[in-house]
Design a protein around this ligand. Structure first.
Ligand code: HEM
Length: 261
């Protein structure tokens, strides 16, 4: 039997829930690093061999491969297409890099990396154009952003959370939106206030109140790439809103001129 454990399912959530989330992703992090084996994933995720795989040796190898071959500085130097790297590895390590694993890695990059990135960059740019004084504080967009509920985690053993016994096989759904809009954790949570990320407000009340990329071992693999993309957009372009009569092209971007030394 699978039990569902909803953290912060209601809007006004209690400090007990914040504590429960912290416990799930700190002392119980390994236990909740599993993902549920949903029957649909057997088909859509190549028999559970993609990054949505259960926690264990195979998943660790995939994360290591992606960290080294896709997101590392080494990758920037070689600039070989990902598929070429994967096919070479398939020749040298055919037992691990099967056709399903190769397809699964490409799929994960496309599915996990494109929609999230486009939506987030789009809303960062629109919000920041409306609030140009806040250009360097994109985290606020992520707080109010697209991730409403973290993808399901599943416990691989019995454990205790907030003093309650949680059996093996419990699905954990964390409602990130409720955490990000809780008035106990954020001052005026519904307002777009980027300056809160420059003040102590973010550090107050624990480390689990800003979770747009998830938490723990299963934290988003693209987190660093996102930070770099945002940094590049902000550093390399001057963004400005155009006037009403030019409404066909709502945003103008001008590559920044090199500053005179
Ligand atoms: C703003 C953009 C993005 C947001 C908000 C985002 C958010 C998330 C979240 C909330 C999770 C689940 C974490 C958890 O279960 O606790 C996740 C997982 C993941 N993300 Fe992202 N993501 C973004 C961009 C990307 C990009 C650009 C990539 C790769 C190119 C990526 C790859 C992944 C992968 C592979 C996982 C699964 C990790 C695992 O289960 O081991 N994400 N992301």
């Amino acid at each position: 039997m699978v039990l569902y454990f909803f953290c912060a399912w209601v809007h006004a959530y209690s400090p007990l829930m914040q504590l429960a989330i912290e416990e799930c992703f700190s002392i119980n992090d390994i236990i909740f690093a599993n993902r549920p084996l949903l029957p649909s994933k057997r088909i859509s995720q190549y028999n559970y061999t993609t990054l949505g795989a259960p926690y264990g040796h195979h998943w660790r190898n995939l994360r290591r491969f992606i960290a080294l071959e896709i997101f590392s500085a080494k990758r920037g130097e070689t600039s070989r297409p990902l598929i070429e790297v994967l096919l070479n590895l398939q020749e040298s390590e055919p037992e691990f890099y099967t056709n399903d694993v190769v397809k699964g890695i490409i799929q994960a990059m496309l599915i996990a990396g494109t929609h999230t990135t486009v939506i987030t960059l789009d809303s960062v740019v629109s919000q920041l154009i409306a609030h140009p004084e806040a250009f360097k504080k994109a985290s606020e967009t992520l707080r109010l952003g697209l991730v409403k509920v973290l993808p399901a985690h599943e416990s691989s053993e019995d454990c205790m959370v907030g003093g309650y016994h949680i059996p093996k096989g419990t699905q954990l759904l964390v409602k990130a939106w409720a955490v990000h809009s809780d008035p106990e954790l954020w001052i005026e949570p519904d307002r777009f206030k980027p300056e809160r990320f420059l003040q102590s407000e973010v550090q107050e009340k624990g480390g689990c109140k800003f979770i747009p990329f998830g938490l723990g071992r299963r934290v988003c693999l693209g987190m660093r790439v996102m930070a770099l993309s945002l940094g590049t957009l902000i550093q390399c372009f001057d963004w400005e809103e155009v006037k009403e009569d030019q409404s066909q092209a709502p945003v103008k971007t001008n590559p920044k001129k090199a500053e005179k030394s």
